[in-house]
Structures are given as C-alpha cells and as structure tokens.
Design a protein around this ligand. Structure first.
Ligand SMILES: CC(=O)SCCNC(=O)CCNC(=O)[C@H](O)C(C)(C)COP(=O)(O)OP(=O)(O)OC[C@H]1O[C@@H](n2cnc3c(N)ncnc32)[C@H](O)[C@@H]1OP(=O)(O)O
Ligand SMILES: CC(C)C(=O)C(=O)O
Length: 519
C-alpha cells in the first residue's frame, strides 16, 4: 500500500497526447520521450494503443523493454483481441499494466447498442481476461462524468471484483467542474464496495479550461493517480498538464500536502522536447513552461524582482530546470532593470551614462518588440562610438529606394554647423555615403563595409562596421540600428571622426578636440 498522500503520475503524452491532430511522433521520438519520462520519475507511462497499428505496437513494446523506473501501460478497448495485443506489447516491461476501457454514459452505450446489463457483462469479461494476463489492470468507464451515478457505481464495483487494481474516472469531454470532480470521487469511495482497496485515478480534458483544477479537486477527494500529458497535449483542447499539477502540489503544500516522485528540474527540458517532436509549440503565457512564465518585462515588476524575487515569483525557475535570466528587456522596462542587465553583460555605468543609454534603449524598444542581450551590447558599442561631442554627427536621413534608382537626403552637423546634401548612388548605402562625401569631402578610402544582424527576425538590429584608410592611418566605426542604412551612415561617420581624431593627434599643433571614443 502506498503512502496515503503519495499521488501517482500517469503520463499519457504518447497515447492521448499523440491523439492531438497532427502530433504524431516517430518511433525514435517516442522512445526518446519515454526515456525522459522514465528519468523524470513518472510512475506510469501510457506508451500507446497497441492494436491501433504496427507502429504503435512496436513503440509500446520497445518502450516496455527499456523503461527502468516507470510502469509501462498500453490501452485496449473492451475486446479480447485488443487486450491480448496490449499484453503482448507490455509484457516485457519490468512493471507492465493493461488499461482497458469502455464508454459507460448513455451516449456511449448507444454506440455498440448495449443495454446496461450487457455492458456490465462485457466489463466483467474483459477486465477478468486482462487480470488473468497481468496483475496490474486499469479500467476506465469512458465519459464517466456523464454516466448515471448508480450505473457508474455498479460498473466500478464489477471492474474491481473482476480484478482491476486502478479505476480511472475520465472526464472524457472536459465537461465537469472542480466541485463535481471532487464529489464524484467522494461518492465512489463512499458507495462502491472494495473502493478503498484500489487506486482511483482522474483523467481530465481541458475543453472548458478546467483540466488542472478538476484533477486537483479529484485528488483532494481521494484520487491518488493523475493522468496527464506534457504541455497539456491531447485530444481537442488537451489533457491536464503534468507540469501544472506537479508544480501546483509542490508550491501549495500548505493546502495540497501531496507528494509525487517527479524530479521537477527535468520539466523544462522535456516540455521543449515534446513541443519540438510533436510540432505543437507551447503558448507563450502557458503556466510553468511558457516562454513568459518566469519573465518580467515591466519596470515595476523588474524593480521588485531585483529587490526581492518573491515579490513577483511564486516558484524558482530552477525548480523546473530553467536557468535563464528572468528579466525581459522591452519598452516597459525601467532604469533599475537596464542597469542590472548591463552589469550582467559587463558594463558598469555611472548615473549620467545610464541616463543617456536609457534614452537610446527606450528609442530602440519602441521600434523593436524584444530586446536581446546582443541588442544591448550593440547599443553600448553604438553609444561609445557615436557621441554628442563628435565633430561629425548624423542628424537626419531619408532614403528613397526602388527599381528605378536610389536617392538619399542627409543632414549632418559639421563642428556644430548643419549641412545637407542629396545624392544618388548605386544602392541606398552608396547614395548615403555620397551625401557624406559631399558634406565632408575626404580622400579616405573605404577598406571594409560589413553588416551583421545582431539577432533574428526582420526587426533585428544590424551592426555595421566600416574601416577607412587615409594617408596610412586607419579609422574604424561601428553602429547598430534596426535600420541598416542608418547604421551604415553612422558607422561611416564614426570612422571619419576617428580618422580626424587620429590625424590631429599626429599633428601636435592642431586644435585637438576631446572625443570619447572607446572602440
Ligand atoms: C477517449 C479516448 O481517447 S479513446 C481512445 C481513442 N484513440 C483512438 O481511437 C486511436 C486509435 N484508434 C484506432 O487506430 C482505430 O480506431 C482502431 C484500430 C482502434 C479501430 O479501428 P476500426 O476497427 O477501423 O474501427 P473505427 O475506428 O472505425 O471504430 C471504432 C470501433 O471501436 C468500437 N469501440 C470504441 N470504443 C470501444 C471500447 N472501449 N470497447 C469496445 N469497442 C469499442 C466502436 O464501437 C467501433 O466498433 P465497430 O467498428 O464495430 O463499429
Ligand atoms: C481512454 C480514456 C481514459 C480516455 O482517454 C478518455 O476518456 O478521455
């Protein structure tokens, strides 16, 4: 007999999860997911429906042979050939289980056109047959939550008498509410003879978004096995999500003092893997494993988290194996978060410098949805390379591009005086460089022009590097912007400033202006 507060975790990602339209996994992918489930401490893995296809049979039987910790279970209809095939597949597991089911609600009884008595006989016969093959048998009255209570009690009792060791109560269509889910388990425990000898399981679907709540309510009422899937994958709106019930019980031990055997630090990895192999991406705001589940973007939250992480986090990201930073930089971020983030990246800023970088950061965030570390590094490089003290400064730019040519119009400050130019060129970058040359004539030769996208996406920042040579001196410039042409002209002008600075340093009589380059 297991500890009264121990809740068994039955994962059906490979069976009910795979029933999500389009989520079919290959044989090797199923083995890989089964290994991960086994390693994370899932008590029972429902590996497939062996009679459904040769592929399902092979997968269940190969998983059965390799599982080290988990019980391996296969699904079978209330038909003897299904049960035999299931046993054939699971029998080599160190701990095999047969799971057989039949729809017991009026709607489901009508499909095979069986009376209540006839169905009761089928249940007795099929569960007995399964039990003769395997001493670990699970039986499910499909659509239990829409089955008449008296009939449900009757068939559950028959299944227990026939040898079922686990009775699963499925909310097949995700119709029930938490209070009913709990009442149903309580009712069965009270009314069915022998109910205290077996384990009741709960199998919930998420059609009304209540699968997790229903499963936990059933546990509260006495169920001791939760059927669930990674990422809540499953038929229609999916099943109870493993990560949600496991973490809810872990975090709320005060009101749910139940234990599982799950190593929660493995959750994130398996969630990502299931998302990849099933082709079902996890929604960003999904509880526990969503990309945003531990991210804070708004300034007030970020400030709170930096001062005391518990202000906005009820669990540690590391508890689910997430070791990434929890601060997402974006247009709602404040100075505290920017300073902390830059410090992480190796930039210690004084208040004035932070003020300047913050203005640039907000301007960037207005144009770009997500600000990655690389964007901030680019921003710092850009800040260092292009300052308000520069001799040459880009003030305004407009470029017209089209199949009939490119024209740029540029305004610059040259030693504080505004100058403008309009030029054509062989491409937009050439056109804008021609404007610079017209405003600030120079003999400098372009030795390198390189564009590099800092992050992914069409809104990515481009970092442009420019190297110029004049009289044996080299001047380099770099700039970043979501607008590649603007980054190009800023890099070009930065390189010119640098060349000028260098030429003045080698001419001691010249009026040297202090320029704070850091390249
Ligand atoms: C709620 C759930 O998730 S239940 C599990 C659902 N999963 C699946 O169905 C996936 C795997 N299924 C399959 O590959 C196929 O349906 C198979 C191989 C099992 C059966 O295929 P087919 O023989 O072509 O039957 P089909 O799928 O058209 O219809 C289902 C048959 O199973 C019968 N059936 C359904 N559930 C049960 C049950 N629990 N016990 C006995 N018979 C059942 C239906 O009455 C129907 O029988 P019929 O062909 O005699 O009318
Ligand atoms: C086979 C049963 C347990 C099922 O998947 C359901 O009823 O949803």
């Amino acid at each position: 007999m297991i500890d009264k507060n121990r809740v068994l975790i039955f994962d059906t990602t490979l069976r009910d999860g795979e029933q999500s339209p389009g989520a079919t996994m290959t044989h090797d992918e199923k083995l890989e997911i089964a290994d991960l489930l086994d390693e994370m401490g899932v008590d029972i893995i429902e590996a497939g429906f062996p009679i459904a296809s040769e592929g399902d049979f092979e997968a269940v039987s190969d998983i059965a042979k390799r599982a080290k910790f988990s019980t391996i279970c296969g699904l079978a209809r209330a038909r003897l050939p299904d049960i035999d095939r299931c046993w054939e597949a699971v029998q080599h597991a160190q701990s095999p289980r047969i799971h057989t089911f039949i729809g017991t609600s009026p709607l489901h009884r009508a499909i095979p056109n069986l009376t209540m008595d006839e169905m009761a006989d089928v249940i007795h016969e099929t569960v007995s047959h399964a039990r003769n093959l395997c001493d670990n048998v699970q039986w499910s009255p499909m659509d239990a939550t829409r089955t008449e209570h008296d009939y449900l009690c009757r068939v559950v009792e028959i299944a227990i008498k026939a040898g079922a060791t686990t009775i699963n109560i499925p909310d097949t269509v995700g119709y029930t509410a938490p209070v009913e889910s709990a009442d149903l388990i309580r009712m069965l425990l009270e009314r069915v003879p022998g109910a205290d000898e077996i384990i009741f399981a709960t199998h919930c679907h998420n059609d009304l978004g209540m699968a997790t709540a229903n499963a936990l309510a059933a546990v509260d009422a006495g169920a001791r096995q939760i059927e669930c899937t990674i990422n809540g994958l499953g038929e229609r709106a999916g099943n109870t999500a493993l990560e949600e019930v496991v973490m809810a019980m872990k975090v709320r031990q005060d009101i749910m003092p139940y234990q599982t055997h799950i190593d929660t630090t493995k959750i994130m990895n398996i969630s990502r893997r299931v998302a990849q192999v099933s082709g079902f991406p996890v929604q960003f705001n999904k509880a526990i494993v969503g990309k945003n589940a531990f991210l804070h973007e708004s300034g007030i939250h970020q400030d709170g988290v930096l001062k005391n992480v518990e202000t906005f986090e009820i669990m540690k990201p590391a508890d689910i194996g997430l070791n990434e930073a929890n601060i997402a930089m974006g247009k709602h971020s404040g100075r505290a978060a920017l300073r902390a983030k830059l410090k992480d990246l190796g930039y210690e800023l004084g208040d004035n410098q932070l003020k300047d970088v913050f203005v640039r950061f907000k301007a960037l965030a207005d144009r770009k949805k997500e600000i990655y570390d690389e964007d901030l590094i680019a921003l710092m490089t850009d800040s260092a390379a292009n300052t308000a003290d520069d001799y040459l400064q880009v003030k305004w730019l407009r470029v017209v591009c089209g199949s009939d040519g490119q024209e740029a119009e540029l305004k610059m400050l040259v030693d504080g005086e505004e100058k403008s130019s309009k030029c054509q060129g062989d491409g937009p970058v050439d056109a804008v460089f021609n404007c610079v040359k017209e405003i600030y004539p120079t003999q400098a030769k372009l030795k390198l022009y390189q564009v590099h996208a800092v992050t992914e996406g069409t809104d990515a920042q481009a970092t442009v590097s420019v190297r110029l040579e004049e009289d044996g001196r080299i001047g380099t410039g770099a700039a970043s912007d979501t607008d590649t042409i603007l980054a190009s002209v800023k890099a070009y002008v930065g390189a010119l400033n640098r060349l000028r600075f260098r030429s003045q340093k080698t001419a001691p009589d010249a009026d040297v202006k202090t320029v704070s380059y850091k390249l």
